[in-house]
Ligand binder design. Structure first.
Ligand code: LMR
Length: 331
C-alpha cells in the first residue's frame, strides 16, 4: 500500500513536471496599438496555440517592466526571456554594427530595407549577438521617422540650437549635430514628459510611436521627413532558447515566423492610421517637405555616413550600399 502511494506520488510529480508550463516574459516599451505591440500579442496567441498550452507568453508593454537600457540587461540575466528592442539599442550592447540602420537616408523605402533585414546581411547581423548571450530570431518593421518640435522644421537651419531627444546611438547623435541641434539621449518612456516640460524641444520617431505616446499633445509641428528608419530585432536569452525541448522550439519558431509576417504587414498601415489620428486630433500641424527641402536635408545628413563608417564597419556599409543601389556621392 505504502509503495503504491509512493509510486502514485512519483508518477504525479513526473506528470506535472513533464507538463510544467514554460513561461516567456516578453517585455517592450511601446503601446499595444503599434506594430510591435500587435505582433508581440499575436506571437503570444500563436505560441499558446501551436504548443497546445505548453508555452505561455506574458507580454508586458509600455515599459511596464523595464525601460530601454534595463530591459537588455534583464534579458542577459534571464529575468525576461524575450524582447524586441529597436535596432538603435544594440550599439549600447556592444554590437555597434546595428547602428548602420540609424544612418540617415540609407534606405529609400521598405523594399530597400527588406533586402537587408530579410536577407543574408540581416542574418549575419543577428549572428553577431550570440557572444552576448542573446539570440536574434527576426526583424520586425516599424517605419520611417518624422521630426517634431514646437516650431516648424522645414530647412536644416530650423534645427539649429534645438534639443532633440534621441535613442542611445552615436550615429543618431551625429545626425542631430550635423543639423546644428543638440542631441539628448533619453529612455522612450520619458519622452512625453520631457517634451511637455521643455527639457527637450523636439524628437524623431515613426508616427505610430509618436501618436500612441500622445506626443502630438505636446508637439505643435510634425515634418514627414522619412529621414531614417526605426525597426526591431526580436531577441531571446540564448541559454533559455537553447534549453527548450526541440519540438517546442520549432513550434515557437513557427509562431515567430507568423508574427514577423504580421508585423511587416501591419507596420505601414499602423503608421498611416496614426498619421490620420494626429491630423484628426488637430493639435499638430503636419508638414510634408517639398522635394527640394528633403534634398537639402539629405545633403546635410548623408555626409554623416562617411564620418560614422568606421563605427559600423566600412565593409558592412559598402555591402548595404551595393544591395540597395545607394551611392552617397549621387544625391
Ligand atoms: C524609441 O526609443 O524611440 C523607440 O526605440 C521605441 C520603440 O521601441 O519603438
Amino acid at each position: 500500500m505504502k509503495l503504491k502511494t509512493i509510486l502514485a506520488a512519483a508518477l504525479l510529480a513526473f506528470g506535472l513536471s513533464a507538463q510544467a508550463q514554460i513561461v516567456i516574459k516578453f517585455s517592450h516599451v511601446v503601446a499595444t496599438d503599434t506594430p510591435k505591440g500587435q505582433a508581440s500579442e499575436f506571437f503570444a496567441k500563436r505560441a499558446a496555440e501551436l504548443t497546445k498550452g505548453k508555452v505561455k507568453v506574458d507580454v508586458y508593454p509600455n515599459s511596464q517592466l523595464y525601460k530601454d537600457k534595463e530591459e537588455m540587461e534583464a534579458l542577459q540575466m534571464g529575468a525576461v526571456q524575450m524582447l524586441a528592442p529597436s535596432l538603435a539599442k544594440f550599439g549600447p550592447l556592444g554590437v555597434k554594427e546595428f547602428e548602420v540602420f540609424d544612418f540617415p537616408f540609407i534606405f529609400d523605402d521598405r523594399a530597400d530595407l527588406h533586402k537587408i533585414t530579410q536577407g543574408p546581411i540581416g542574418a549575419s547581423l543577428l549572428a553577431k549577438l550570440e557572444p552576448k548571450g542573446v539570440k536574434g530570431l527576426a526583424f520586425w518593421d516599424n517605419g520611417f521617422k518624422a521630426f517634431s518640435a514646437n516650431t516648424p522644421l522645414k530647412v536644416p537651419a530650423d534645427f539649429k540650437g534645438k534639443k532633440f531627444r534621441i535613442q542611445s546611438s552615436k550615429v543618431l547623435e551625429e545626425q542631430i549635430r550635423a543639423l546644428g541641434g543638440i542631441p539628448q539621449v533619453m529612455a522612450f518612456s520619458e519622452v512625453y514628459q520631457a517634451l511637455q516640460t521643455g527639457v527637450v524641444d523636439g524628437t524623431e520617431n515613426p508616427i505610430s510611436n509618436f501618436y500612441s505616446q500622445k506626443m502630438n499633445e505636446v508637439q505643435k509641428f510634425l515634418t514627414l521627413t522619412n529621414h531614417g528608419y526605426l525597426g526591431y530585432a526580436v531577441i531571446v536569452n540564448k541559454k533559455f532558447w537553447d534549453g527548450l525541448p526541440a519540438d517546442v522550439r520549432g513550434q515557437l519558431e513557427q509562431a515567430m515566423k507568423e508574427a514577423t509576417d504580421l508585423a511587416n504587414q501591419v507596420a505601414q498601415k499602423d503608421n498611416d492610421q496614426a498619421l490620420e489620428g494626429v491630423k484628426k486630433a488637430g493639435k499638430t500641424t503636419v508638414y510634408v517637405p517639398s522635394k527640394e527641402e528633403r534634398l537639402a536635408l539629405k545633403k546635410v545628413l548623408v555626409p554623416t555616413h562617411a564620418k560614422m563608417a568606421d563605427r559600423v564597419g566600412k565593409d558592412l556599409l559598402e555591402s548595404i550600399y551595393k544591395a540597395t543601389n545607394f551611392d552617397p556621392a549621387k544625391l
